[in-house]
Design a protein around this ligand. Structure first.
Ligand code: ATP
Length: 455
């Protein structure tokens, strides 16, 4: 069957209610997307699966939900105000703006690591390799300028004199500033982690590719605080756990790989991305970073408050090392949609089927009465299952069309109600992937579905 392209996926997502273009009736708003009725369930389930794996099942991890708007000093401490910024260049001919590091990396097909290059080195590389504008083919670049991708807004009752505040470009600062609050209230001993899921905002220069890079997105991430002596083992452990998590959710191992960074930020001790083979090629899915004591030491310096951890066994006071694991909820959702998509040839037909893991499928079961006059019984079955699962109900159109629609939104089970149901309280349940059907008692359904959707 033909290969999945981003265009096909965008069209399916739009037509089936996964994702709509943001502000569509106004002509859209570039690189914003709205999750529809099916998409919001999918993304919520992805977030629930992550939280279950990394918070619920881990006795040493504690959740927080920190404010998006933080004291602006936080962003001075983090380095975002002064130096965070992508090196941007404008094409003088067509006026399009690009990241110089991306131009270099794309041109060298990833063989040159642009993130560690200075602006002068980037400019020199672009000039000597005659890298042209990807948009118009011109070769007339401005010099590189830093561009701060933090969105700003203002806080104050009067516009004039109001203070500038930032929409957070990353969630992790909410965990660093709460390090001692969590440690004290949870009576936590290192190693322990603080986890959070929340929105981040970046005024990206080169957003695009559907959900891959947007200006507003959700991050699921945790910071593990630990002793330096155990930090590398923990770092490697998160590399393995992060990979297993996405494999368990349905990404195939042949489409996943580690990308260890050879050039590191000055404070970092190790860094690795997990990349996924998207329809646009191999790209970062998540990051795992060994950040040393950098973040806590900066907050200690800028806030004037001690961030030291008191070891209850040795009475020693020190700044713990931090291992960070961060993955975009939208980017992972995109990867899972890509992995799930299949155009399957049937005997006399083809179908599009989304093989989503049942745990993240938007609806777990669809209730389909074979005829309209069975709707009363079908609605009873719906009402009892809906107490435990997201269910869909559909009585319009032929049963074949209704199955196809559920296949396209990834519903793992369809339950049909027929005239025998009225006699003997049995239904037919159809499996999305195998299309096999079996007969079950209504009172067996709940247990049957619960077992199949476990993660
Ligand atoms: P990239 O190199 O792709 O810009 P990054 O290294 O800046 O990513 P981090 O700051 O480490 O990314 O963020 C952690 C994760 O958040 C990324 O691995 C990705 O899954 C997600 N993410 C980052 N930026 C975006 C974005 N603009 N849109 C969607 N997801 C994003």
């Amino acid at each position: 069957m033909s290969k999945l392209t981003m265009e096909k996926l965008v069209s399916l997502c739009k037509n089936r209610g996964f994702v709509f273009p943001g502000s569509e009736i106004y002509g859209g708003f570039a690189n914003t997307w709205d999750f529809g009725p099916v998409g919001v369930e999918l993304k919520n389930n992805v977030k629930k699966a992550w939280w279950k794996r990394f918070v619920q099942e881990d006795p040493n991890t504690y959740g927080v939900d920190a404010a998006i708007l933080m004291n602006p000093k936080v962003w001075e401490a983090s380095g975002h105000v002064a130096s965070f910024g992508d090196p941007k260049m404008d094409c003088k001919k067509c006026k399009q703006r690009f990241r110089a590091d991306t131009l270099v990396e794309n041109h060298s097909k990833g063989s040159v690591s642009a993130e560690a290059m200075t602006n002068e080195q980037l400019e020199e590389y672009i000039q000597s390799n005659h890298i042209t504008c990807p948009h118009c083919g011109g070769f007339d670049w401005t010099a590189i300028r830093k561009f701060n991708p933090m969105f700003t807004t203002s806080r104050g009752t009067l516009e004039e004199g109001a203070d500038t505040v930032y929409l957070r470009p990353e969630t992790c600062q909410g965990e660093y500033v709460n390090f001692l609050n969590v440690q004290r209230t949870a009576r936590a001993k290192i190693p322990f982690a603080i986890a959070q899921i929340g929105k981040s905002f970046r005024n990206e220069i080169t957003p695009g590719n559907f959900l891959f890079r947007t200006i507003e997105f959700e991050q699921m991430e945790l910071q593990m605080f630990c002793k330096e002596s155990e930090s590398m083992e923990i770092y490697n452990d998160y590399k393995a756990r992060a990979l297993k998590f996405v494999e368990d959710l349905g990404l195939k191992s042949e489409n996943l790989r580690y990308h260890d960074h050879d050039k590191l930020a000055h404070y970092a001790k190790a860094a690795c991305d997990i990349q996924y083979n998207f329809p646009i090629g191999w790209q970062e899915l998540n990051g795992i970073h060994h950040r040393g004591t950098w973040d806590l030491s900066r907050h200690q310096e800028f806030s004037g408050k001690s961030m030291l951890y008191l070891d209850p066994f040795t009475n020693e006071k020190f700044l713990p090392n931090v291992i960070e694991y961060s993955i975009g909820a939208d980017r992972l959702t995109l990867a899972l949609l890509c992995a799930a998509y299949e155009e399957e040839a049937l005997e006399n037909d083809t179908r599009i089927v989304m093989h989503l893991h049942p745990a993240i499928a938007p609806y777990k079961v669809a209730i389909l009465p074979l005829q309209k006059n069975l709707s009363q019984k079908a609605k009873e079955v719906y009402a009892s299952l809906a107490k435990d699962f997201m269910c869909d109900y559909d009585e319009a159109g032929s049963i074949g069309k209704r199955y196809r629609r559920q296949d396209e939104i990834g519903t793992p089970f369809c339950v049909t109600i027929d005239f025998d149901t009225l006699e003997d309280e049995t239904i037919t349940i159809r499996d999305r992937d195998t299309m096999k059907q079996e007969r079950l008692k209504i009172n067996e359904l709940n247990n049957y579905i619960s077992q199949k959707i476990k993660f």
